[in-house]
Write a protein that binds this ligand. Structure first.
Ligand code: SF4
Length: 326
């Protein structure tokens, strides 16, 4: 069952002159993205900074208005509904932020922080707030006595547990996990990832998991989408993407990830240049300025996104092989 479906989603940002606000340029941050996430599933979203991952997450949560396209929550288009209508389903969509410290108000106790979503969304009657806060803290591995403390009294990992407890307080269906472990020590990261997966199993949660770290994505994802300059260039089940990446950009990202088995030697593919500016997207394939396999056609013609069942890729090089193998 599809919890979230995204159809041809686009988000442009205008760059205007200071006083007259005349449009100088348009940044195509998200440029025609489509995917879905099933109930209880995690879609990992990877790509360099500037690829549009976080903007995509914000569009799904309606923290940003899309320029065009649709976001469906259980089949209902939520991208254009009125704010008053959206407030009723806001509780179904939650987020776990990258920085657990800045995400928690330092002047509030944990109990007050946790009570806010319970109050706003009327999750339990006021008389049950205290009991519910303790239940949520226990779910994330904290105790009742932690409710009276302030955020600064916790470690980074504990603060992220509180952030997760707050996210699940509204009994959501879908959570955007935006780099939730990248600010934590490596020793703590796996504890938080395991907690997120336990909660997913228990409550059938669906996650969009945004991360730079491929090992993190591999650990948690059922499927993986690779973004480059606002577009998905390859998407498929995690095993296929990690073991047999077909797009040259995915291959370069995978080559930079660590391999746990010392007997496996992976040749590092070094990308030339920086990611181009999304203000001035390269013609043809947006990756052609950095691709070691670039052909003449790549500089002129944008490769179509070829879809075969749950797998898709956008590259002239692999277009032929996919077409002939099916
Ligand atoms: Fe490289 Fe061409 Fe494929 Fe783009 S379309 S990734 S430039 S081979």
């Amino acid at each position: 069952m599809k919890i979230i479906e995204v159809i041809d989603l686009k988000k442009n940002f205008s760059i205007t002159t200071p006083v007259l606000e005349i449009e100088k340029a348009v940044v195509k941050a998200v440029n025609g993205v489509s995917f879905h996430i099933n109930q209880g599933e995690t879609l990992g979203l990877v790509g360099e900074s500037g690829s549009g991952k976080t903007t995509t997450g914000k569009l799904l949560l309606r923290l940003l208005e899309p320029t065009s396209g649709k976001v469906l929550l259980e089949g209902r288009d939520i991208s254009k509904i009125k704010d008053r209508e959206f407030r009723k389903i806001r509780k179904d969509l939650q987020v776990v932020f990258q920085n657990p410290y800045s995400a928690l108000d330092p002047k509030m106790t944990i109990e007050d922080i946790m009570t806010q979503p319970l109050t706003i969304h009327k999750i339990v009657p006021p008389l049950e707030f205290k009991k519910e806060v303790v239940r949520l803290l226990n779910l994330v591995g904290l105790s009742a006595k932690d409710a009276k403390k302030f955020p600064h009294e916790f470690s980074g990992g504990q603060r992220q547990r509180i952030g997760i407890a707050r996210a699940i307080a509204t009994k959501p269906k879908f959570i955007v996990c935006d780099e939730p472990v990248s600010a934590l020590d490596v020793s703590i990261q796996s504890q938080i990832l395991n907690l997120l997966m336990e909660l997913q199993r228990e409550f059938k949660l669906s996650y969009l998991f945004i991360a730079h770290g491929l090992n993190v994505i591999k650990h948690v994802s059922n499927r993986v989408a690779v973004m480059y300059l606002g577009k998905i260039v390859e998407m498929g089940d995690a095993e296929t993407i990690f073991n047999e990446p077909k797009h040259p950009y995915t291959q370069a990202l995978m080559s930079a990830s660590t391999v746990p088995d010392p007997n496996i030697k992976r040749e590092r593919i070094r990308l030339r240049d920086e990611i181009p500016s999304p203000i001035n997207l390269p013609k043809g394939c947006a990756f052609h300025t950095r691709c070691q396999y670039c052909m003449d056609v790549c500089k002129i013609e944008e490769p179509p996104l070829i879809t075969v069942e749950d797998y898709c890729v956008s590259c002239h090089l692999v277009k032929e092989s996919i077409a002939t193998s099916t």
